[in-house]
Design a protein around this ligand. Structure first.
Ligand code: NAD
Length: 397
């Protein structure tokens, strides 16, 4: 019991240390937080959050708290950092869940956030919005609106919940700033850095296949190339495939590219990209890793059923032996490995300072019921984009 308490207090201190280093390097949120402290745009409002609980998110939540918000939060599946969650609880932000939670426990955490009756939602992947719209236990009554952070959540809202959402949702991912700074450069650097941290392998000369040449894929391809990897791109959209070609990448059909790559990374936001029939065709020892939001891009259930044996070696690494004798290596069971893997750090601090400034200012628009907001999904207001771009330019000069 005493040991447990010592461990918890060490964990709490570690979480606080991570947050204070991060806060030091988020000048945009610092400025917005000082303004919020005077204007209190969220006074009397409760923000329900489902977003990776890690140190940059912590700084965003503390900024919203300065603006008068009461906050109840949970993470995305497997991306909660327990030390940061402990620190946030200590700072008066209620966090449900832990890194080890199963999918069912994660869904219960989402319900627990909604049971606190938030008036504003801050979502990442649209789990909160999905539950509030589709589960009879919850009601959309009293919800002023909210924001959605990522590509996959935006797709889910627009395709699966079209016409069902009775409050405005600003899709932060639609901002050109987020696409350029966060998805391209933040994810690009983070995916390469996390590959090294998990595997400790050399990148120069490595044959890397990237599925998807969207905003994340462009960054991932570019950063691997700049570290000396040979990069092949698979892209279903001809315009983007052409863009990859003129950017200097070799573009291949999926069937060929899965035989070529020694590392295969998915960044499409779509299900079943690495299909069951591909596994037997891959090179012995190939590494499969996903960077897309959901764990559905690599058909992991099919890989498990094809394997004659599996073995976990290091944290975040699992080996599968197929009947043909080849080994396939999978990072983080097919989930986002830059947010779940060894010592996961996610995107760089400055890129998230920019992305979360878009979040904070968009939430302020929702809280104040700004003119022009409509029910359902919409882009970040241009005023917010330009204000944030100017702030970041100044911080970099
Ligand atoms: N890991 C992270 O830190 C992180 C950060 C931001 C976004 N994301 C997630 O990354 C994913 C991609 O985001 P994005 O902003 O690049 O999206 P995007 O829509 O800009 O790009 C996706 C690309 O994949 C292509 N594509 C779709 N199906 C394909 C297939 N079967 N084969 C090859 N290409 C295919 C599309 O044509 C598109 O060009 C999303 O799930 C997003 O939520 C992850």
């Amino acid at each position: 019991m005493k040991d447990l308490m010592i461990r918890d207090s060490e964990l709490l201190q570690k979480g606080k240390d991570k947050i204070s280093w991060t806060r030091l390097n988020m000048p945009l949120l610092k400025k917005i937080g000082n303004e919020f402290a005077n204007t209190k745009p969220f006074k009397g409002l409760k923000i329900g959050v489902s977003l990776h609980i890690e140190q940059k998110t912590a700084v965003l939540l503390l900024t919203l708290q300065k603006g008068g918000a009461e906050i109840v939060a949970t993470g995305n599946l497997r991306t909660t950092q327990n030390d940061v969650a402990l620190a946030l609880n200590d700072y008066g932000i209620k966090v449900f869940g832990k890194r080890e939670d199963t999918k069912d426990e994660h869904f219960e955490n989402i319900r627990n956030v909604l049971r606190q009756r938030p008036t504003i939602l801050l979502d990442n992947g649209a789990d909160l919005i999905h539950f509030v719209v589709n589960e009879t236990e919850f009601s959309t009554k009293g919800i002023l609106g909210g924001t959605e952070e990522t590509t996959s959540g935006g797709i889910r809202i627009r395709e699966k919940m079209k016409g069902k959402i009775t409050f405005p949702i600003i899709v932060v991912n639609d901002s050109p700033l987020k696409m350029i700074v966060e998805n391209k450069h933040g994810v690009g650097q983070s995916i390469v850095e996390s590959f090294s941290r998990i595997s400790n392998l050399m990148i120069i000369g490595k044959k890397v296949t990237i599925f998807g040449y969207g905003w994340c894929g462009r960054g991932i391809a570019g950063y691997f190339k700049s570290f000396g990897a040979q990069v092949v791109v698979v892209e279903t959209d001809s315009i983007r495939a052409l863009e990859a070609t003129v950017d200097g990448f070799l573009v291949m059909e999926a069937k060929k590219a899965i035989q070529w790559g020694k590392v295969i990374i998915t960044a499409t936001g779509r299900p079943d990209v690495i299909k069951s029939e591909y596994f037997d065709q891959m090179q012995d020892g190939v590494i499969l890793a996903n960077s897309g939001h959901f764990d559905w891009e690599i058909d992991v259930p099919a890989l498990r059923s094809k394997a004659i044996s599996t073995e976990k070696s290091l944290d975040s690494i699992e080996h599968f032996t197929l009947a043909n004798g080849k080994k396939i290596i999978l990072f983080c069971e097919g989930r986002m490995y830059n947010l779940e893997g060894v010592e996961a750090k996610g995107n760089t601090i400055e890129t998230m300072d920019m992305g979360f400034t878009l979040q904070a200012l968009s939430l302020q628009w929702v809280a104040l019921g700004a003119k022009g907001l409509v029910n359902g999904a919409q882009a970040v207001p241009n005023e917010v984009n330009y204000e944030t771009a100017d702030l970041m330019l100044r911080s970099l000069s």
